[in-house]
Design a protein around this ligand. Sequence first.
Ligand SMILES: C[S@@+](CC[C@H](N)C(=O)[O-])C[C@H]1O[C@@H](n2cnc3c(N)ncnc32)[C@H](O)[C@@H]1O
Length: 729
Amino acid sequence: MGPSRSKQHQGPPEPLDESRFGKKRKQNDEDDKEDRRGGAKRSKAAVAKAAKKSKFQDVQPAPKPVKAKKKGTKKAPAKEEVKEAKGSKKANLFEDSDEEDEVMGDEFELEDDEEEEESKEKLGDDFLEGMEESDSEVYDSDEENQAKPIFSDDEEDEEALTAANMAGLSRKLDMQKAIEEAEAAAELAESQMQTNISEDKPRILGDVGDEEGAMINAPPDVQLLRTRITDTIRVLEDFKNLHEEGRSRNDYTTQLLKDVCEYYGYSPYMAEKLYQLFSPSEAFSFFEANEKARPLVIRTNTLKTARRELAQALINRGVTLEPVGKWSKVGLQVFEANVPLGATPEYLAGHYILQAASSFLPVMALAPQINERVLDMAAAPGGKTTYISALMKNTGCVFANDPSRDRARGLIGNIHRLGVKNTIVCNYDAREFPKVIGGFDRVLLDAPCSGTGVISKDSSVKTNKDEKDFIQLPHLQKQLLLCAIDSVDHASSTGGYIVYSTCSVTVEENESVVEYALSKRPNVKLVDTGLTFGTPGFTSFRGKNFNPKLNLTRRFYPHMYNVDGFYVAKFKKIGPTVTKKKEDGGEEEAEGVTDVEGDEPEIEFGGFDEAEDKDALEKAQRRMQKKKGANPDAAPAKAEKKEEKVEEKKTEEKAEEKTEEKVEAPKAEEKKGKKAATEKKAEAPKPAEKKEEKKAEAPKAEEKKPAAEKKTKKDLPLRNAAGKGKKKA
Ligand SMILES: C[S@@+](CC[C@H](N)C(=O)[O-])C[C@H]1O[C@@H](n2cnc3c(N)ncnc32)[C@H](O)[C@@H]1O
């Protein structure tokens, strides 16, 4: 494991509320608990309601695996204490102390008594005051704008809360209790792992010479299985002192991975792939986090309302919520809703969208500006597109592209509902860009991916991905990223940025893709994402070194921040589009950065090298076969041959379909070759060109239909990947 694998918080993270409860709780002793339940500052109504069964699970399902619940054994793990000692600011809604008020630093904090008075009538007048003005900023570091939390523990504030809020408070107490119980088990396991006494040497693998992989206590029940997992991790974390005579690390790792597969339901391939990303104990936390649903979050649509107003409207409907954290001005975390959040009048009126918190991050990193021209390459169902438009205050122009016609419908629906008016929806395989249109100020590529960051939402990822996926998906992602880069105007006066993101945590889909892009496009560099939390991307992984600048990219893990797993990288384009001379019966020239504008009359946008890619894919597949113990040179078995033929036929059929499409757009055909290249070049705005001209160009490009020849591509096993969407919506 390289050094970059260690947890590295970027300043105090703002984990979603659930984890804040947990961490804060660890600070307190049993007396504090008493205080929280019956203390002077706690509303009696809230306390009474706390006795009721929690309804929190309506929106926050409990952890799936069976856990050993051992009450009263909870200890504050040393690791957590260290974190807290380092000054990590925890905002606990139920904490009464003045100290908490200080560290809260929440944007809801009011400045003085006068303002506090006002908060009794409404949610604080300066709740997000000035939000409209600063929405386009990535994050707010303006301490002056900070106001008191909606659900403050202050007695006076509580009086000001609506009945719905009171009920919400009590439910949150219930929720807290439920979480306490669930966490007690995890903490017990963790504290067990941290015990380091020789008598406590766990016996896991039996004597050397026993049947390979045989375990002392087979067949295990789930509780024993879990205990063995934590014991094994304990050994792996302190191998020197705790391993059994004659047993290697590998023996323990093998056993651990088997147990992980059995306990959590991963395929051996996926268990190992994910395990490799972390230290053993962190891998355990990651697997555990994948069993819990992430908090339900909504994003305020600032095109239609302000967060304060939305929060009040939903509270009035009995929704319990609070701001998602200081890092976002538009997110609200929902604890409980007695109304369907996808059907409230506010929802139907487009005042908010249900959107995972981590899905805000790529857009925040993109930081689109007013009047820019932006491309969202893989846009459906539009959570990010509509956020981009909101940040741009419906100015400029956003091209929202997705090749999936079905998914594009959802995108269009969201665009209408949220009152987005600056967007053009298109329906291309994004590898067609920038031939379709280029010269954007910013491009977002929220790439199709394996979804290893969202296992809590889709547990099928535990088993339905294999080696092939981690060859084919990165291949597509690399091609898409090159096209994203080529679609940006490096001379944009306000932008020139590309953001690449995935909801996956694998290195193949993240750092490797970014590294590839850096190697193929010397005209881009990595820049800071501007995000206030996240772990730096790997600069080395399993013996492979990446560009050191990869540490500017950000990884987000469910077990660290209670958000979906995500990856965000931001590039700045510093030179013109990588071009290669159009072959004119002659040889293709090597790719390079053109330094004199208009120097090359016959150019084609960078794109990617199909032959080179094919070669790389074949090599990867051979490696995969070898790893599996198969001979890659052996003649394919009969069944395989048949499969290949079916595959070929499919590809041919697809090609035919595409030919039909081309007939629909005969002009596109005409524009092939030299002519197309010249036209495309003309289409690409020159650096000196003004924004207005660019805007005028946009609809023109739409009219033109893609001149690009549609390539035949095999279906890829994509998460949310499009089947064959090729036409414009
Ligand atoms: C992670 S989702 C995008 C989510 C979207 N950005 C949002 O925030 O709502 C990935 C998208 O990539 C699209 N996709 C798959 N293959 C693609 C391709 N070749 N070009 C562009 N988009 C593609 C899928 O249809 C899917 O909608």
